[in-house]
Design a binder for this molecule. Sequence first.
Ligand code: FAD
Ligand code: NAP
Ligand code: HEM
Length: 491
Amino acid sequence: MPEEMQQALIERGDDKGRCRPLEVCMSEFDTQVVGILGTGDFSRSLARRLVASGYRVVVGSRTPKHAVALFPEEAEVTSQLEAASQADVVFVAIFPEHHATLLELKTALAGKILVDVSNSSQIKRAGPSHAERLADMFPESFIVKGLNTISAWVLQTGSRDGSRQVFLCSDSSKAKSTVLAMCRRMGFCPVDMGLLSSSREIENLPFYLFPSWGTPILITLILFIFFYLYNFVRDVVHPLVKAKKSVFYKMPIETVNVTLPSVALVMLALVYMPGLLAALVQLRRGTKYDRFPNWLDKWLTKRKQFGLCSFLCAAMHAIYSLCLPMRQSARFRLLNDAFKQVKEGVEDAWSDEGVWRMELYVSVGIIALGLLSLLAITSLPSVADNINWREFSFIQSTLGYCTLSMATVHTLLFGWDRAFDPSQYRFLLPPTFMVVLILPVSVLLVRLILLLPCIAQQLRQIRRGWERSRHIRFILPNDDRVTGFDNVSHV
Ligand SMILES: Cc1cc2nc3c(=O)[nH]c(=O)nc-3n(C[C@H](O)[C@H](O)[C@H](O)COP(=O)(O)OP(=O)(O)OC[C@H]3O[C@@H](n4cnc5c(N)ncnc54)[C@H](O)[C@@H]3O)c2cc1C
Ligand SMILES: NC(=O)c1ccc[n+]([C@@H]2O[C@H](COP(=O)([O-])OP(=O)(O)OC[C@H]3O[C@@H](n4cnc5c(N)ncnc54)[C@H](OP(=O)(O)O)[C@@H]3O)[C@@H](O)[C@H]2O)c1
Ligand code: HEM
């Protein structure tokens, strides 16, 4: 057995899935006999983990003689019936298709805890779960569903190379508590998912692929395609049509580097837009107790994903931007410009305006990216867990608006006076930065309007429970963020 498997794990979890100090868990040690039916990958990893956590393990196999060499010597490998009879808790580590073959163990398993670790082969939307079927087959046993969301590999490596969360549910609270305690002792953070009726959801969990990311990723892709085509038409097709000049070399870097920041800025505006729409809806209705429309509700809950998509695009834009001068095309262009200048007899190409413009927009861009990185870091659960709600909302909301303002200023500085240059309107299409700026500028303007004292005061009242239709006289405390509802007076 690898040495690491024999060491007790450092952190344990409590009933709510939080981790607890080691000493607390150590006091729970006993020599419970744990059975495992099946000798496959999952069973072998589980047996190692259980042995390393101080349990006596009995493995039940149809062919124990063949399987014994695969298990640590501390584990006893015997017949299925023998294992079922000896153990207090039995893990069913065989595929659900074969659960029915265990029916002959019904008497031996009566009154025991059966843990179903099985997964489905596809997502299931209707009908009973495997665990519910197992409960029908063994009505005298206590069925617990769980541990199916971790792989045999994670079980073996002691939960350090994967998620430590395991989801459990059962109709018997005693059986569930026993398995919860076992999971904690194995170094996992169990999450109580309630009754066995949740087992279908738990069985479906391994099939979810970034469930809350679908819409944000789709919108990012749509914006990327839109802006890429827009820039392609302006920067590549226009010179080809008007001057018969082929500049297709721009497609991999230059066009992408105009597209990425455009997507980043629009996505960032889309992070802060739903909060404003929520505020406008609340002001219009004069209450916060009516539900938002479904689309707004969903949008509000996906702001983190929108923000992280924006961060990804902005970070790539920064890297692309830093690479711009090192390209062969940039060097050739520089040489050609220098040659042209010499030919024209220009000695000093320095332009104060051009220099200031670039110094400013690059500097503000770097500040914007720094702030955006801060938002991204605080969205990591490990960081968010270590700051309080006030700090989190200060960073996400206040600094978030600063980030949006900086990114907008960066783009305005980049644009400078080019919005007024007719040559920028190729095929009558306005420059990209102008199209990009519509949403962030609108968001910032609406935010400023909502900050006007008369509107801000009304919004604060609504968010603290005041309702227009109820005619309640409402006095806001001086520091409403610290005090509770004590100063609210009803007439
Ligand atoms: C890189 C990056 C990372 C991010 N990470 C996170 C993150 O980890 N977590 C996160 O939440 N956001 C994250 N965001 C999104 C955003 O920063 C926050 O949601 C931020 O709090 C929004 O601030 P706000 O002032 O617009 O809205 P808020 O102050 O959150 O909301 C405005 C008002 O809308 C209403 N409201 C908001 N949400 C709801 C709701 N669900 N139901 C009912 N009413 C509601 C409330 O009345 C609230 O007062 C991230 C953004 C970026 C750019
Ligand atoms: N592998 C993983 O990473 C993982 C992760 C989460 C959940 N799971 C779940 O754990 C269970 C076992 O998975 P596994 O990967 O360990 O499978 P496996 O390697 O195929 O092992 C299944 C075991 O079931 C036993 N078994 C008992 N009755 C059987 C029968 N009638 N027909 C065939 N086999 C029978 C066999 O052991 P004997 O021949 O010794 O009886 C066999 O070794 C599955 O329900 C799976 O969904 C697995
Ligand atoms: C280290 C940080 C950054 C650097 C170095 C940087 C640099 C640049 C450069 C060099 C350009 C000009 C590109 C060109 O020549 O076409 C540019 C444009 C732009 N940048 Fe940034 N930027 C940074 C961060 C950001 C961030 C965080 C955002 C938004 C979230 C952003 C949004 C934009 C936009 C919208 C444009 C205009 C694109 C166009 O219309 O051509 N930038 N930036």
